[in-house]
Structures are given as C-alpha cells and as structure tokens.
Write a protein that binds this ligand. Structure first.
Ligand code: BDP
Length: 601
C-alpha cells in the first residue's frame, strides 16, 4: 500500500486536529454515526484518547468510542478519485461519511483506506468513526478473558465484591498499556481515475553498480514509465519501462548510519508517484547477518510508541528525538516491538540509516489444545495473524531500513512445542513469499524451558528475550552470568545467528546505591555489564537490543512502579546511568565485523 503524497498530480490534506468525541458502551450505536453527537467532548486526533482527559473513564474505557468532524473538499477535484486513509485506528473501527458506512477495519497498527463515492460528498461532510478497543483470545494483541478468576476464586466473603471485580475490562496479555483511538494520521488524498496503486523497486548490487527493476500495480489502460532521481533530485535515468531492468552506475549504497536514498518517479497517464528506495542487500550466511556483504552487529533497543499525553499516538517530534538519542548513544537499530510502527517513523529510519526489525502485532500467544468456542477464537486469531503479516509486508516492503521480520513476540513456543511449530511454519513461509526481498524471518522467543522450543531453531535468525538477574535469579548477577552462559552454549549448536532482543532491569531514575541493588541505576549498569560480558564471548551473537529504549506505560500491578521502568532513558527521554554505560560500550563496537576480529573496521 502506497504512502499518500502531494505531487503535481495528487492532492493531499490531513484531517488532524480537534474532533468531537464521546465514550460509548459494548454495543455499536449507529446514532453516533449518522447525526452529530450531542454535547460532545473535544479530543485531539491523532493520539490515543486515554490520557487526554483527567478522567478514569477515558483511561480505563472498555468498548466503543465515537469520533466526529466535518470536512469539505475544494472545487476542482471532482474528476479525481477521493480517498480517505487512516494510518492506524486501535483496534477495530467503522467509518461513516454522511450517514453511510464507507469502510471498516480490524487490527490497530496498520493503515486502511476507502474511496469516497463523489455522489456521497456534499459541501460539508460529516465523518464519523466508531472505535472498539476490546481485546480477547481472538485478537492481536491478545487479551485475557478469564483474568478475573484469579480474584474470584478461593477468597472468603468475596461474593459481595464479585460483581464489581467481574465487571468487564480489558486484561492485556502483554506488558504495555492498551492505548486506543485514532492513533495515526487521517488523510484525504486524490488520484486520477486511472492510477498507480502500488510500486515495488527491486535492486541487486553488482560490483560498483546496481541492477534495478521497478514494478507497479496499475489501475487503467496503458503502461507506465520510470525515471530515477539521485539524492539531490537530479534525474540520472529516464524513460524506462515498468519491469525493464536497468543499471545505476557507481551506485551509492544504503548503509547503516550512512543512508543514501534514490527516488523512482513512476508516470502513468495523468498520475505520477515518487517512491524512495535504497540499494542494499541482506543475507544470512552461517551464523552471520550480512548487510551489503559484511557482518553487521545490532546495537540498540526494543521500543514502544509511547509518550505522555499522546499515549501510543504518533508524535513525529518525539520520533526525531528518539533517533537523535539513538545516534547519541551509538545505537544502530531497533525492533518495532510489539506491533508495526507508523510509516512516518520508518520513513525517518530510511533517511537516518537506522536498521529496523519490523514486528507483527502478535504478542501474548499461546497454543492450548482447543475445542468449541476456544477453537473458533484461536482460528480467528490465526487468520488475523496471516492478514497482518501480509498487510505489514505489503505496506513496508520498500523500506531499506527494514532488514528482517518478526512474526511474534514471546509466543509460548515451549509449552506445546509441536503445535507452536505447526502454527509458525506456514506463517514463516508466508512472510518469505509475500516479501519480494525475502528478508530473514524470526520469531522472538522467551522460554525458561528453551530446550523444548522448536521454533527458535527453525527460523532464520534466533531472537531471544532474557531476564536472568531480574525475573529469574533477581538480584543475583553471578547466577545470571552462569545461566546466560549455559543458554548461549545451548544455542551455539544451531549454527545460526542469534541476537538478544530484550534484556533489562526496572530502574527508578534517581535511585542510587554504592552497592548495586535492584531498581537502582547502578544495578541496571551492573546487570548489562554482566550479560554483555557473556554475549561478547560468542561469535554467533550478532546483536544486543536492550529492553527498553525508554520507560513506558503499562497496566497497573505490583511489579510496576508507575509503568515499566526498564528504560535506558526515562519516559521524557532523559538518560539514566545505563545510557552513559551503553554510550561508552557502543562507541567501541563498530557496526560491522565486531565479532570477526573483535576490532571492527
Ligand atoms: C518481556 C516482554 C515485554 C515486557 C518485558 C518486561 O516481551 O513486552 O515489557 O518482558 O517484563 O517478556 O519488562
């Protein structure tokens, strides 16, 4: 799916701003879609609604909410296709224009769009969006349904409070706040009636040159032509045909921390589209992860789209700051844990040379033996999982920053190893098939009984999350070192590259102790120092991504002091002691050849 753009043939505007809003219930209420909401609240779009008010009903809402605004379309665009496009609405939504449904969508982290029939449009158009935030065993991410049982069982005199406690809520089976609403931009754009629907730029490095081929999905009669612009916008190749192979001589490669982007201009009848692309190659050979033929070492983070007030809503200034902090600390990469991030963030990473592992929104999965209703739910979840993998790759295939796909975070692959392998094998194949670059595919695992897991050894790149010294052997870093060593010795046998995609310790900024103890800034440093000393011993370890880039909001619980505090930065992006530790460590670790000769380049 193409990212909307304004150019000489296409008009684009966004519908961001203050919208009307009201909280609904569990049932969809069409009256909030067909007529103006009476006494509406005011809410900002795009952003999660949860933290925009000082009101627990917004934070802990369960069910539908309704958004409304008017929009007008300037005269002169009548002969064009008019498309409304949502970057992401979390989790499920229905869209009406002037009282008629124009589209609906399932899944909270990928874009969708609808063509607006010109007969439907008036001078002033009422746009209504219903958003449902409920998660359960059939959704991604996964919601627990029976969590209340743990409160309800076995306690004396409980009946009187049972009704209150059993009131329906979202119980995320994942550790981040279930921020919801219109989280990413709403855009209105035009194309001519005959238009370019999709584009893919295929590149292969050949010595000093690149062999390039641009393919496109076109709606209408005729063929398209292609020209290539360099980074400065100079046309360096003209008038090629779609699917024709041509050469970019003396090619500038897209490299980590040294990005170079070309643009393919596709012209088709009255339409044109500018697609940026980078020339770079990804390959796994033996236990090495190669970018442009050289062994790459991932230094970076698992992240979240998370900030004060916006919640999971897009904040592009924050994205710029995050990338700047990554450069400051010497990181070169992150994983879009635990869902596909905004297109705007990926565009920025393309420009900045940040390497990204793109993750599907699949977190909290287990594979129980199922019958009846549970089986139906798990089948619905499996179908949705396929859909999001297809949609994520369709959206992101052109991004040079993306070097691998993660199909899920921490599914329970050791609990029922055969069922888990049967589940992931077809998804693994699907991801390779959908991706014209066939990027490496991984599933990020975290199993105490890791020898049972059959999925990690099966995928291209082994990614493990590990918390020895925190959840396991909490506070005992000697035990952590030993446990990590035993686990690395085990994984060495597969001859595949492995990276640690999460490891960390909750750390309350400002808590210090000369003798490092849990939650202090000194402990976080000692923790990382201990685990890293083990990682450094193994050549097949191709990367370290700390959990988490910054402190983030999550569900309340006794293990969480005002959110998850494993950030290397605080939620407002101030460095903890560990940030200085990593800055020093990573200044000595080169992007390439770290493990080969331990000197780098
Ligand atoms: C990991 C999860 C991550 C959590 C982290 C933690 O992948 O989402 O936030 O644990 O507990 O298991 O901090």
């Amino acid at each position: 799916m193409l990212y909307p753009q304004m150019n000489e043939k296409r008009f684009l505007t966004d519908l961001n701003g203050i919208w009307d809003f009201c909280l609904g219930g569990e049932e969809f209420e069409e009256k909030f879609m067909t007529a103006p909401i009476g006494n509406p609240e005011k809410i900002y779009v795009p952003a999660s609604y949860n933290d925009q008010k000082a009101d627990i009903r917004f934070r802990d809402h369960y069910g539908f909410v309704y958004y409304q605004r008017y929009f007008s379309v300037p005269k002169g665009l009548e002969n064009n296709r008019m498309v409304i496009r949502f970057g992401a609405v979390t989790h499920n939504c229905v869209v009406y224009v002037n009282g008629k449904e124009v589209t609906r969508h399932t899944g909270g982290f990928l874009p969708f769009e609808a063509e607006l029939d010109s007969a439907l449009l008036k001078e002033k158009n009422l746009l209504s969006v219903a958003v449902d935030n409920r998660i359960d065993l059939s959704t991604l991410p996964v919601g627990n349904e029976n969590n209340t049982a743990m409160f309800a069982d076995g306690l004396p005199n409980f009946e009187s409070v049972r009704k209150t406690v059993l009131k329906k809520k979202n119980y995320p089976n994942f550790d981040f706040f279930n921020y919801c609403g219109i989280n990413r931009p709403v855009k209105l754009y035009t194309t001519p009636k005959e238009y370019i629907k999709d584009v893919y730029v295929d590149t292969k490095i050949s010595g000093e040159n690149a062999n390039v081929k641009v393919s496109a999905e076109l709606v209408g009669e005729g063929t398209a032509t292609v020209s290539i612009l360099d980074k400065q916008g100079n046309e360096i190749i003209s008038n090629k045909e779609i699917n024709e192979e041509f050469i970019i001589g003396n090619v500038n490669l897209w490299q980590p921390n040294n990005a170079y982007l070309y643009t393919a201009k596709i012209t088709f009848g009255d339409d044109c589209y500018y697609q940026k692309f980078g020339v770079r190659e990804i390959e796994i050979t033996g236990d090495k992860f190669l970018i442009n033929g050289r062994p790459f070492y991932f230094k970076g983070f698992g992240k979240h789209e998370d900030s004060e007030i916006h919640g999971r809503g897009i904040d592009e200034a924050l994205n710029v700051k995050d990338i700047a902090l990554m450069k400051w600390i010497g990181a070169n990469s992150f994983r879009t844990s635990h869902y596909p991030y905004s297109e705007e963030m990926l565009n920025l990473c393309d420009e900045e040379g940040i390497v990204v592992i793109g993750e599907a929104p699949a977190v909290g999965l287990s594979f129980p033996e199922a019958h009846g209703e549970l089986l139906d739910k798990l089948n619905a979840r499996a179908n949705h999982h396929k859909q999001v993998i297809e949609d994520m790759i369709a959206r992101d295939k052109n991004h040079p920053c993306i070097v691998a796909w993660s199909l899920a975070n921490e599914p329970d692959t050791a609990g029922s190893p055969d069922r888990a392998l049967d589940y992931f094998k077809p998804l693994y194949e699907l991801a390779h098939e959908c991706d014209p670059q066939s990027r490496p595919v991984t599933v990020v695992v975290c199993n105490n009984d890791y020898v049972k897991d059959k999925v990690a050894p099966f995928v291209d790149l082994i990614c493990i999350n590990r918390y020895y010294g925190w959840y396991i052997f909490g506070g005992d870093l000697n035990a952590a070192e030993q446990a990590m060593t035993v686990e690395m010795d085990y994984f060495a046998q597969f001859g595949k590259p492995l990276m640690i995609t999460e490891y960390g310790a909750d750390t309350v900024a400002g808590v210090h102790n000369a003798v490092p103890n849990m939650f202090s800034e000194e402990f976080q440093v000692e923790y990382y120092n201990t685990v890293n000393s083990v990682l450094d011993k193994y050549d097949f370890v191709v990367g370290e991504q700390a959990w988490n880039f910054a402190d983030f909001a999550t569900i309340q619980g006794t293990l969480r002091v005002d959110g998850n505090k494993k950030g290397i930065f605080t939620r407002d992006r101030r460095p903890k002691l560990a940030a200085h530790y990593f800055r020093n460590r990573w200044s000595k670790i080169p992007d390439f050849n770290y493990k080969n000769d331990n000197k780098g380049e």
